[in-house]
Ligand binder design. Structure first.
Ligand code: TXA
Ligand code: MG
Length: 362
């Protein structure tokens, strides 16, 4: 792997793209200081210009030797300042608590950050990924890597090297295989650029929750500004993950309320016609199964494949995109996915599923 990482460093320096593993999803990386390489990301992904990219940075080497050193603040500052105009106490508190990890911070951008990365905005997204291959690569490359998820625009994010190969089989691309992603869904995005009026604003939910963010800030003695109660979405930065149709399978997908599958199918079949091959996806802890379910009378059992998913959000997140990709390749004419519980711990997975539903079937 070390030879491959050196090859990747060389490719990046020459302005080529490299697919990299992270703990969340695989990324399609380019030298963040090379305008042509960044443009290549947009062309390869089919991503419209104006959708900003996240810059991936190395962790301070001090973290390895002296994780509790008082100089850690300075070390993070030094790493962030090429990208962020200033490094606030809240930024440092979240960096020290969650990095390396599945958190992206939106910060006021430094002067020299390319407009292609920021989408012309005054802010930049920065993340320090928690994956040994990504970290080794960034450290050896000795610069920031701009990387979106390594999928075609609007489609399902990749959580294995094979997913990347499947999506970009027509492109010559060095893919570093770091195994399946541990987290499985994209990083939490927190906007710190409007701190005085809004406090920390979650733009995309992920494994790091609002409760964890608030707790980390409190632990480091940072109070939220008084005005955070009156949060408005006006003037919010653009986030492509916030388009309602995203992460989408080509197969039509519907989210049904537990106990109301029959009803949903009846309604749907009026618009999509006879359902011959249904994927029925539900949580493992529900007292339903294909053998004795009253829920499924609308369809003959021979037309149904039952798929049972883990009843906890972390485990489901890890498997979600592999499952959606698998279902998409299996010739179902409909995926009926049970709506997930409403508690906050399910927010991130629920968010991805509802976008997948909106974008499905195209
Ligand atoms: O986990 C992740 O974040 C993965 C891995 C590869 O790091 N990356 C990822 O990148 O999900 P992408 O491009 O697929 O999604 C990044 C999101 C986009 O929705 C983009 O709009 C938003 O981050 N973003 C980036 N910079 C921003 C900025 N300055 N202001 C607001 N949103 C920003
Ligand atoms: Mg993406």
């Amino acid at each position: 792997m070390l030879d491959l990482i050196d090859e990747a460093v060389k490719a990046l320096r020459e302005g080529h793209l490299v697919a990299i593993p992270t703990e969340t999803v695989y990324g399609l990386a380019a030298d963040a200081s090379n305008r042509n390489a960044i443009n290549q990301i947009f062309r390869t992904k089919g991503r419209p210009a104006g959708h900003p990219l996240i810059v991936h940075i190395a962790k301070p080497s001090l973290l390895l030797d002296k994780p509790h050193s008082e100089n850690l603040d300075d070390a993070w500052r030094e790493i962030l300042l090429p990208w962020a105009r200033d490094v606030s106490p809240a930024t440092l508190a979240l960096a020290k608590t969650f990095w390396p990890g599945p958190l992206t911070l939106i910060l006021p951008k430094a002067k020299d950050v390319l407009t292609e990365i920021t989408g012309g905005q005054e802010t930049v997204g920065v993340r320090c990924p928690d994956h040994v291959v990504a970290q080794t690569l960034i450290e050896r490359f000795d610069g920031g890597l701009a990387a979106p998820s390594a999928n075609r625009f609007g489609k399902i994010s990749p959580t294995t090297a094979q997913h990347v190969r499947d999506d970009f089989s027509d492109v010559s691309l060095l893919i570093l295989d770091g195994g399946p992603c541990e987290v499985g869904i994209e990083s939490t995005i927190v906007d710190l650029s409007r701190w005085d009026t809004h406090g920390p604003v979650i733009l995309r939910p992920g494994a790091i929750t609002q409760v964890m963010i608030h707790q980390a800030l409190r632990n480091q003695g940072i109070d939220l500004p008084q005005s955070v109660e009156k949060v408005s979405t006006k003037g919010a930065p653009r986030v492509s993950g916030s388009l309602s149709a995203h992460y989408a399978p080509r197969t039509k997908m519907t989210l049904y309320e537990h106990g109301k599958l029959n009803q949903s199918l009846e309604i749907l079949s009026r618009s999509i016609g006879e359902i011959k091959n249904l994927a029925w996806v539900h949580l493992a802890d529900q007292l339903v199964n294909l053998a004795d379910s009253e829920d499924i009378l609308f369809l003959e059992k021979s037309k149904i494949t039952e798929i049972i998913i883990p009843p906890n959000p972390e485990a489901l997140a890890r498997k979600l995109y592999s499952l959606l990709r698998h279902l998409d390749q299996s010739n179902y004419d409909l995926i009926a996915f049970q709506k997930l519980p409403m508690d906050a711990s399910w927010d991130a997975v629920r968010d991805r599923l509802s976008r997948a539903e909106v974008g499905s079937g195209n």
